[in-house]
Unconditional design. Structure first.
Length: 204
């Protein structure tokens, strides 16, 4: 378990879609939106854990068609969010107070983005079994335990990012009208970039 924790900490150092999603949602909607986004990502990871345990993730690894369908659905959703952010009215962006996101919306977006990333499913399917002991408790129990530890660590990590981004966001955007005008555009381009990154992911 300790080896698993250390490896996960190293993985967290490398910025990925979850990091950028948490940061952009925090800057856009405030601290609460960032934390809720992290929880949504973690719930998505938990569902991926259940899928890996049940063997459903193996379908994504063996079926090219299923992988492509899930991949393009996820990419389309991210690009849709990016375009929506780019088209938000300038008047709303010019206000000195950040527009607060509905927590339910932040949670739903993060959950869908995480679930519609086939690479996440394959990650759990390939990563968790590496830390299973053949002479230990039942494999199902071990996989679920590892998945829960990953989810808890993910929530702590994304919450820390949200606190940091909230502090910096207030200085850069909320108290700076010129920067606030570009807030939606920055968020939009990040979403579109993540969507395009997902489009070019391969199954292997």
């Amino acid at each position: 378990m300790w080896a698993f924790v250390l490896v996960v900490l190293v993985l967290f150092i490398i910025p990925g879609p979850a990091v950028f999603l948490t940061l952009t949602q925090t800057v856009k909607g405030g601290l609460k939106a960032g934390i809720i986004t992290g929880v949504g990502i973690a719930v998505g990871d938990l569902l991926h854990t259940f899928a890996a345990v049940l063997g459903l993730s193996a379908i994504l690894m063996t079926s090219a068609l299923t992988f492509e369908v899930v991949k393009y659905l996820g990419a389309a959703y991210l690009i849709f969010l990016g375009i929506k952010a780019l088209l938000e009215k300038t008047k709303e962006q010019e206000q000195p107070i950040a527009k607060k996101e509905n927590p339910a919306v932040s949670f739903r977006q993060a959950l869908l983005i995480e679930l519609l990333n086939p690479k996440t499913a394959l990650f759990f399917l390939a990563f968790l079994p590496q830390f299973v002991k053949t002479d230990g408790p039942p494999v199902v129990y071990q996989l679920l335990s590892l998945g829960l530890v990953f989810v808890l660590m993910s929530i702590l990590y994304t919450s820390s990012l949200a606190f940091l981004a909230s502090s910096l966001g207030n200085k850069l955007f909320v108290k700076n009208n010129k920067m606030a005008r570009w807030q939606g555009k920055v968020v939009g381009f990040i979403y579109i970039g993540l969507g395009l990154q997902l489009v070019f992911q391969s199954q292997k």
